[in-house]
Design a protein around this ligand. Structure first.
Ligand code: SF4
Length: 93
């Protein structure tokens, strides 16, 4: 496999919040993601946002910055509730 092929394969994977209904709002992913990308743990300056939904305040919405999804694969191992999955990014074809 050429070096280009290896880079292409890695770029085709991204982090996706596929089970936001399982989120408890613990904030681990927010802190860890900001540490991964900026070396500074932060709740406000993170590529992952977790907010309560307006429709159902007991539930959370989990949003991953679209531009950073390829750099956050490690977050899949951090969430204790299994909210995330590493999926193929069809936009990279
Ligand atoms: S680590 Fe998982 S459970 Fe905790 S806030 Fe993030 S998505 Fe929700």
């Amino acid at each position: 496999m050429s070096r280009f092929s290896l880079v292409k394969c890695k770029a085709m994977l991204k982090l996706e919040a596929t089970k936001p209904e399982c989120c408890t709002g613990c904030g681990l992913c927010i802190i860890y993601a900001s540490t991964l990308l900026t070396d500074a743990p932060s709740l406000s300056n993170s590529p992952i946002k977790v907010v309560r939904t307006l429709e159902k305040p007991e539930e959370f919405s989990v949003q991953v910055d679209e531009a950073k999804k390829h750099e956050l694969l490690a977050i899949n191992e951090v969430c204790p509730e299994g909210v995330f999955e590493i999926v193929s990014d069809d936009n990279d074809k």
